[in-house]
Design a protein around this ligand. Structure first.
Ligand code: NDP
Ligand code: HSE
Length: 444
């Protein structure tokens, strides 16, 4: 415990870039709980400057006007440690490199930047001995970066499955539980501060893909970028898809997966149907969860708030306190161990199963014709259900779930079905996560 009088406590100047949803909450804690943080770290964390785009903008919390500036370089140069919460790639990358190059530790929540230029930033940190910390970049408030990097460093991670985007989980949950339309649920997520400045990154899966690349780099001791992640978003998801999944005992989630596959690793983000009793099936609202399977530790579950100002600020401040302690002890940053260099394996070679809804002509011989296509591709049907098509009396709906197969074979089957005259429309194609080892109560 730090028992030195306040006047003798060493000061660490904190430069903050960004005072939006997250940055304003970080500033609020630094301004209102400085004494408590000094007792925890042994150094006084003094907010020395805040860079924003518009110093006159209305903010969630009141900030001392003399700290606000549009000159980000001046904030970096006048700080001992930099907290980056502006987002985006440029000019942020240049600014982060400026700080790291000067030996100043950086804390960031910017998964987009890490998933594009993580290696470059890590190299800059290693060269100057600065720390690069980014707990907030993956799954908001949930401690998952440090557990993956440190706690599981002696184990072998086999795979992780996660709900790592709060906005899309909120949207899908609203659609599932209230029947809300996609656009209304998204507008509410934006109002609550979960969505990125441009929600396309959330809806198209890019935000989750960036987080997947960042987490996979730690899990598999390799450097991945967002381009290594197969990515599909939820933009095409309809109320009918969600309702049909619900009726069949499933819930649709935007799932982030990193798993060993042959000699490499498959990384993917896509909307999947998971059984409602699956541990990830009960993750509601903007909550996130990451389920990790490791050789020795077995199954681990991390759960909590994945977005929002205060929860994310908690992760940022945890990193800041850690960095302050390390700086006080004269410790250097921990370089990323990416010695394994496991290649990213194409989605084609992944084993999966699909739920396919077809609108078909309701006449003799249709089922036989469809079954032949599945047989020709070596794909086996697990379940099949025929219902009336609420849209028209000319077709009926066939909902099929396949057995597991190579993804490329399953998709080739769907393409061949699409070409059949009796198939009027391929209404939806959604992967199904079987959830082996991941059901609620598994291992009890
Ligand atoms: P906001 O859009 O709410 O805030 C961004 C802040 O950065 C604003 O204060 C803005 O200034 C400032 N800013 C933007 N561009 C510049 C620039 N070129 N120069 C100076 N200042 C700039 O973002 P969030 O707080 O939501 O997110 C910040 C980061 O945290 C992002 O990387 C995001 O991905 C990440 N993150 C966000 C989470 C969330 O739930 N919101 C959760 C986890 C991570 P001004 O206010 O004047 O416009
Ligand atoms: N837009 C992101 C989300 C913020 O919805 O999860 C947290 O990274």
């Amino acid at each position: 415990m730090n028992t030195a009088p306040a006047s003798e406590t060493p000061v660490l100047r904190v430069g903050l870039l960004g005072a939006g949803t997250v940055g304003s909450q970080v500033a609020h804690v630094l301004l209102t709980r400085a004494e408590e943080l000094a007792l925890r770290t042994g150094v006084r964390l003094e907010l020395s400057g805040i860079a924003v785009r518009d110093v006159h903008a209305t903010r969630d919390v009141e900030l001392p006007p003399q700290l606000l500036t549009t000159d980000a370089d001046a904030v970096i140069d006048g700080a001992d440690v930099v907290v980056e919460l502006t987002g985006g790639i440029e000019p942020t990358r240049t600014r982060v490199l400026r700080a790291l190059g000067a030996g100043k530790s950086v804390i960031t929540g910017n998964k987009a930047l890490l998933a594009e230029s993580g290696r470059q930033l890590q190299d800059a940190a290693a060269a100057s001995g600065a720390q690069l910390s980014y707990e907030a970049a993956v799954a908001g408030a949930i401690p998952i970066v440090r557990p993956m990097r440190d706690s599981l460093a002696g184990d072998r991670v086999e795979r992780f499955l996660g709900i790592m985007n709060g906005t899309t989980n909120f949207v899908l949950d609203q659609m599932d539980s209230t029947g809300a339309a996609f656009d209304d649920a998204l507008a509410e997520a934006q109002r609550l501060g979960y969505a990125e400045a441009d929600p396309t990154a959330d809806v198209e899966g890019h935000d989750a893909a960036a987080k997947t690349a960042v987490l996979a780099s730690l899990a598999f001791h390799s450097s991945y970028t967002i381009t290594d992640v197969h990515c599909e978003g939820i933009a095409g998801m309809t109320a009918e898809d969600v309702a049909a999944a619900k009726e069949a005992g499933y819930v649709i989630k935007l799932l982030s997966v990193g798993e060993r596959c042959g000699d490499g690793v498959n990384l993917r983000v896509n909307p999947v149907m998971i059984p409602r009793e699956h541990v990830l099936g009960g993750v509601r609202g903007a909550y996130n969860a990451v389920f990790v399977e490791a050789a020795a530790a077995g199954s681990l579950m991390f759960y909590g708030q994945g977005a929002g100002g205060e929860p994310t600020a908690s992760a940022v401040l945890g990193d800041l306190v850690s960095a302050a302690r390390a700086i006080a002890l004269g410790a250097q940053g921990i370089p990323l161990a990416d010695y394994a260099a496991l290649p990213a394996v194409s989605m084609d070679d992944v084993t999966t199963k699909l739920a396919v809804t077809l609108a078909v002509s309701d006449r003799l011989g249709v089922l036989a014709r469809l079954a032949q296509v599945f047989a020709d591709h070596g794909v086996s049907i697990s379940t099949m259900q025929q219902t009336e098509d609420p849209r028209t009396t000319e077709t009926s709906l066939l909902r099929l779930v396949t057995h597991t197969g190579r993804h490329a074979d399953l998709m080739a089957t769907v393409a061949a079905l699409r070409g059949l005259p009796v198939v009027r429309d391929v209404v939806s194609v959604t992967p199904v996560e079987s959830g082996e080892g991941a059901h609620a109560g598994a291992g009890d």
